[in-house]
Every structure is written in C-alpha cells, then in structure tokens.
Design a protein around this ligand. Structure first.
Ligand SMILES: [Zn+2]
Length: 427
C-alpha cells in the first residue's frame, strides 16, 4: 500500500491517491475519501445488483468485527475468507472493530479483553480470539484491537486515558506478532489505533509509539461525534497528525457529518467511514448538496432565503447550528438530529412535488422517481423507500468527497465551504 500525495498543506489537508491497496495490489482510493459502510458485508437496504447501479463506488468496503464475531465457527469452517463468503468480489476488505452506529455500553474492557456488540449481544474478545477471527475473515486491511473506551460518559480520568493508550499498544504488539506468524494474513496490513481521549499528552504519546510499529496506517479513535467539541477535536487531530509519518493513511472513526468531515480534512485526516448516508436514510431524508462550484449562486439555488452561517475569522463552527428547516424538522425518537444538508421527505410539502430529489443527480432514484413518490413510500412505510434513499444518499455522499477533492486541487476550499456547507467566513 502506497500513499502518493499530490498536495500537502503544512499542518493542514492532504490530497492524493492510496495505491496498491489490498492483497491483489490492484486497487486505489483517492484521499480525502470514504470507505463503503456495510453491516455483515452488505450496504444496508441494498443488494449487490442495486448497489452496483452506482459508479464509482469507494474501492474499500468496511466490515465491522462486531457484526460477524458471533459467526466465528461458521467462517472458520468455510475457510475461504469473508469476501468469498459474502459474494464481495472486486473490493478491498477493511475490518474494523466496532459498528459506528451500534451503542456500546461502557465498563466492559479489561487489561486483556475488549467487548463488541453484535445482534446476539456482547462478545468478549481476547487478542487470541480477535486474531483467530481475522484469520477466518482474511481482510486486506484491519485495525488492531484497541481499548477505545475513553469517550463515553463525562470526564474520563487521566489515569484511565493512560491505561487505554498502554493497553492499545500492548494489543497492537500482540496482534502484530500473531499477524506475522499467520499464513492466511500474509499481504494484509494492520492499522494501528491512536487513543488518548481529550488529553494532548496521551494523544501525542499514543501517536509516537504507534508510529514506531510496522503498521500500514493509522486509525484515529475516540473522536466520535458527540465525544468532544469540534474545535478541541480538530486541535488534537492536528497535533497527532504532525507525529504520524506522512506516507501512511489516517482513518478517522465515527465522524461522518459533512461539516465535521471538512474540518477534520483540514486537520490532516485522509479517510472516513461512510455511515452518514445510512443515518440520513433511516430518518427518511435525502442529501441535497450544491456541488457544482462553477454555477453562479442564483442558478445553484443559493438565494437570500438559503441560510448561510457567517463566522468571524478564527471563530469555530458551533455544532448546534441548524438552519431553519433543520430546527423545524420533527424527529422521531432516537433519530439523530437532521443536518442542514438534507430534506425531510416525510414533510407534506413534498406530496405533490414532481421534481427529482436533486436536479442533475444521476442515481437510479433521481433518474426514475420524484420527491412525491418518495414521500408516498415513506408515509406508507414501504421498504422501497429505504432502497431508493440509500442509493441516492450514497451517490450524494461519494459525490461530496469528489467535489471536496476537486475544490482542494483547485484552491477553492473557501468557496466549497460557502456553497456546500453554507458556512461563510467574514473578515
Ligand atoms: Zn439521486
């Protein structure tokens, strides 16, 4: 795996291509970019056929160990690895530990074990069992076992943060040792996990120590949305990024909201998980980005009524900011808050709206259906609503990353933020 950077802003973003990923070494992935989110290897709501109506798709598929750990015996008996088991051809398989959307109760880690939550409940993993699972799954890349329990609850003590860094390094050393002795994992890469919660000192120690090990890249854990304020997160990530070798990728876990993604890209992150389109789909919403920066604002639909947040120079985005429609949206119990980048298709105003979800979106949903039909499917609880929304939201999210890379390449990041994120800095 080789990271070729075409552009690096000191202490800031990186633009490039991750080449020769996976055992076949034939795949590449542009950065900043995202992985393809799955549960048990399947993009929620979609079959392989419907998924492949979308092109291009991220070349790396994310499988979370928590969704397959309870099937360990079956996978061991199968012997040919998870890609073949799940019919995932032509993709690079990356295995992470936890599903970013599954709640993780605190208090279930010890010096030697971590717990993951699958459909059947909690599964306790030692490094031995964790590596036996990797051997059965045969991913191309996987994150090492880590004690990431630093962000649940209010204040985690310094002592606990230190312990999480120590345990995670010990798990990494043990994983690497078994990795090197396992024939089934030859050619696969291990990503080391950087922990340390909100402590700068522990973050730096974790980054420096992990960078000394023979890892293929880095997972930045414990920065999940809701775990800390945005400005603190970007400050810590910037500090960690300085300690990591430039030629290895950095994957951030648990952050998917577009404005947070851009802030983290500016702090030096290369890769993100892509659970966000699924969250949007589950609340019956559709992503609506204005991604064509070449259009003038009038034609792009940016009118005085479209909320734009004006920030003073140096001022950070308040994460609670929502434009009017976000604040007004009625949310079901447990649904994550609607963001400014989506429309709520359950709203009765779409009942007779015969436009596609987004003009110019080439996805199957937008080329064949209208907002009114999606509204009808949602209010009648038809399963097809999830299928069509997931197709559209995945298409929009991958297009968002493409447009972000183009903006970085063309020195248009500020324009991108004003147009796509609707955040404007005033001097
Ligand atoms: Zn679409």
């Amino acid at each position: 795996m080789k990271l070729e950077l075409s552009r690096v802003v000191q202490g800031g973003y990186r633009l490039g291509v991750l080449r020769e990923i996976g055992r076949a070494s034939t795949s590449s992935l542009e950065v900043p970019g995202c992985l393809l989110y799955t549960r048990c290897g399947t993009v929620p709501h979609l079959t392989q056929d419907t998924l492949h109506t979308l092109s291009p798709l991220p070349s790396v598929t994310q499988l979370t160990l928590s969704t397959v750990a309870e099937h360990q015996e079956v996978l061991e008996e199968y012997k040919d690895g998870f890609k073949k088991f799940a019919g995932l051809h032509d993709t690079v398989l990356y295995c992470s530990l936890h599903d970013p959307l599954t709640p993780r109760p605190a208090g279930h880690v010890t010096n030697k074990t971590v717990s993951v939550w699958g459909s059947g409940g909690r599964i306790e993993l030692t490094v031995g069992r964790f590596m036996a699972l990797q051997k059965a799954l045969r991913p191309d890349l996987y994150q090492s076992m880590a004690d990431g329990e630093t962000w649940q609850g209010d204040a985690t003590s310094r002592k606990r943060l230190r312990k999480s860094v120590d345990r995670t390094l010990a798990h990494l050393d043990e994983c690497l040792l078994i990795h090197q002795q396992t024939a089934e994992l030859q050619g696969a890469e291990v990503l080391g996990v950087v922990e340390g919660g909100d402590s700068l000192e522990e973050r730096l120690r974790s980054a420096r120590e992990t960078a000394k090990r023979p890892v293929g890249g880095f997972c930045l854990d414990g920065f999940q949305t809701g775990s800390m304020d945005g400005p603190l997160r970007t400050q810590l990530i910037s500090a960690v990024a300085v300690e990591l070798p430039e030629d290895k990728p950095r994957l951030l876990q648990g952050v998917g909201r577009p404005d947070e993604v851009v802030a983290c890209v500016e702090a030096g992150v290369d890769l993100f998980e892509s659970f966000f389109p699924f969250q949007v789909t589950e609340r019956g919403c559709a992503l609506t980005f204005d991604l064509d920066l070449s259009l003038d604002p009038e034609r792009a639909g940016i009118t005085p009524s479209t909320p734009v947040l004006e920030l003073e120079l140096g001022e950070e985005l308040d994460e609670t900011w929502q434009p009017e429609r976000g604040r007004d949206a009625e949310l079901e119990d447990g649904a994550e808050t609607m963001t400014p980048f989506e429309m709520d298709l359950k709203d009765t105003k779409y009942r007779g709206d015969f436009r596609p979800l987004v003009e110019g979106c080439g996805c199957y949903c937008c080329t064949n259906h209208q907002r009114a039909y999606l509204h009808h499917l949602l209010v009648t609880n038809e399963l097809l609503a999830g299928v069509l929304l997931m197709l559209h939201n995945t298409a929009q999210y991958t297009a968002f990353f493409r447009a972000l890379r183009a903006a970085l390449a063309n020195d248009q990041l500020e324009l991108f933020k004003t147009r796509v994120l609707r955040i404007k800095r005033v001097v």
